[in-house]
Every structure is written in structure tokens, then in C-alpha cells.
Design a protein around this ligand. Structure first.
Ligand code: SF4
Length: 285
């Protein structure tokens, strides 16, 4: 996978003009909770990680108590919900809390939201284990209030735009993080997701697309539709039967034919009746 930077810049620019995305993070997002969530989330489902975080906050008074607790005690709580590398994760949580405490002498870090986000990125880079992937997670949560980084819609639009070949969101995220960094991955994924929900749906509307110029898939799709005339057909796909039109001044021959034949039958019946009456009269004579 290699995204051409000029193509990417153009795509991001056009999509940003159409979709309104936050340019400031939500400062209510609890920073330490997100660090713990991120450490626990590797190879586990969202539901299990949420349950594990809840158990930690119920069992311990605060993150400072977690920091000074034995890793085995943390592991014991986590194993109620998680199965993958639980002791290793417990140790990583303790290390991250230890490093943060060393830096700020406290673990209530909400005041950090007052800093510029670029500065915040630099701070997290100094904490071992909080890499570009953590940054991507934090941006997705704090800017876009979501925890789904590579959604199905995002995956579909990126493939159509030929930005990547990966069909697996995990390996795609890993490769993207290496190429364009956490902040850009989060932003690109969000914009492609919004576009995939609005225009580049399963039945894409390429005529309305703001990035058509960068999309060979869309250009081919429009060409094929124009050639087959698909875009002119009714949406249901069912052809309407033409209505039979009968000119008002044209005589209805069939009805007239019936009318005539009824008259003829009546006349012949009358004739039969008359001849029978005549025959009877002749016999009497
Ligand atoms: S041109 Fe069509 S296929 Fe390409 S991104 Fe736009 S809507 Fe999707």
C-alpha cells in the first residue's frame, strides 16, 4: 500500500469542505481512562474491554491505587473479562500510570486538555507504549466521539478510491499508521466513513461525488451506466406496460358487431313466429 500524498491531500481537502468535522477535541474525555482502555483493547472485543475497565474502576478507589497495586491483583480483575496476555496488559497499565505520575505528580490529567493538541501529542510520545496507534484512538474518541476507526463504510470507499488493497481493517490500520501517522489516519478514516454513509454507499451516487476526479472506479461506473442507459430506467427496474389508447372518434367495431347480431336474431325470431301463425291459419281453412 502506498498512498500518493498529493492524491490524499486533495481527497482530504475536498471531503473536509463537504463534511463538517470537529477541529477541537472534546475536553470531557477522561485521558487516563482512554490510556487504560487502549492498553486493554489489543486482541479483545470492545464489549469485553469496556467490562474490564468498569471492573477496574469498581474494584480500585482510583487510578493511583491501580498504580501502587501488584500486577497480579490487577490481572485477577481483568481475567474476569479478558483472555489475551492479561498479565502483560496489567504490567503495561502500571508502567503507563507510573510514567504519568512521574511527569505530573498526579493522575488527574484533565488539565492537559487545555494544551494545544499538538503539544498533547508530544507529551504522549514520551510515555512508553503510547504510540501512533494510541494517538489515532485518542483523536477518534476525542474529536469524533467514536471508537470505530476503520468502519465498513471507510474500508469500502478507500478500496474504490484505490487508496489501499487491504480488506482486513486490522492490517490496514497498522499499515496506514506507519505511512501517514495516527492523527491523519483518524481524520481520513472519519471523512471516508461520512462519505461512505452519504454518497459512496453500496449504490453509490458518483454524479454527486466531490472526489470523482480522483476516483477511477466512479468514472468507470458512470460510463457503464451511461452506455447501458441504466441511469434512465425507472428505479424499480420494472418496465411499465404501454397503455392501450382507443381514439374517441373510432367506432367500437366489436360492440357494434354484437349489437347488429342481436338485432338480426330478434328479426329472424319474429319471422319464425309469423310463419308459424300463417301455417296454423292455413290448416284451419
Ligand atoms: S466517485 Fe463514486 S465510487 Fe468514487 S468515491 Fe465517489 S461515490 Fe464513491
Amino acid at each position: 500500500m502506498a498512498i500518493k500524498s498529493e492524491t490524499l491531500t486533495k481527497i482530504l481537502e475536498n471531503l473536509t469542505n463537504v463534511y463538517k468535522i470537529a477541529n477541537q477535541p472534546c475536553n470531557r474525555v477522561p485521558l487516563v481512562d482512554q490510556i487504560v482502555y487502549f492498553i486493554l483493547s489489543r486482541e479483545e472485543t470492545k464489549e469485553k474491554v469496556q467490562a474490564a475497565c468498569q471492573s477496574l474502576t469498581h474494584h480500585f478507589v482510583d487510578w493511583n491505587e491501580v498504580r501502587v497495586s501488584h500486577p497480579r491483583e490487577i490481572q485477577e480483575i481483568l481475567t474476569q473479562h479478558l483472555t489475551k496476555n492479561v498479565l502483560e496488559k496489567a504490567i503495561r497499565i502500571k508502567e503507563a500510570l507510573f510514567n504519568l505520575f512521574n511527569l505530573y505528580n498526579r493522575l488527574d490529567l484533565q488539565f492537559l486538555w487545555e494544551k494545544d493538541f499538538l503539544e498533547l501529542q508530544e507529551i504522549f510520545k514520551r510515555i512508553p507504549g503510547l504510540d501512533e496507534e494510541f494517538l489515532c484512538h485518542l483523536v477518534t474518541v476525542a474529536f469524533f466521539e467514536s471508537d470505530d476507526i476503520i468502519s465498513t463504510a471507510c474500508l469500502r470507499v478507500g478500496s474504490r478510491l484505490n487508496l489501499w488493497e487491504e480488506a482486513d481493517p486490522y492490517s490496514l490500520k497498522k499499515n496506514l499508521l506507519k505511512e501517514i501517522g495516527g492523527f491523519n489516519v483518524a481524520k481520513l478514516a472519519r471523512l471516508l466513513h461520512l462519505h461512505g454513509e452519504a454518497i459512496c454507499t453500496l449504490a453509490q451516487d458518483c454524479n454527486k461525488c466531490c472526489i470523482l476526479a480522483a476516483c477511477e472506479y466512479g468514472k468507470k461506473d458512470l460510463q457503464q451506466k451511461a452506455e447501458s442507459g441504466n441511469d434512465l430506467k425507472p428505479e424499480s427496474g420494472a418496465k411499465k406496460q404501454p397503455k392501450r389508447i382507443v381514439p374517441k372518434d373510432k367506432p367500437n367495431l366489436e360492440a357494434n358487431r354484437n349489437k347488429h347480431s342481436k338485432k338480426e336474431i330478434k328479426a329472424s325470431k319474429n319471422e319464425d313466429k309469423k310463419s308459424k301463425q300463417n301455417q296454423k291459419a292455413n290448416k284451419k281453412k
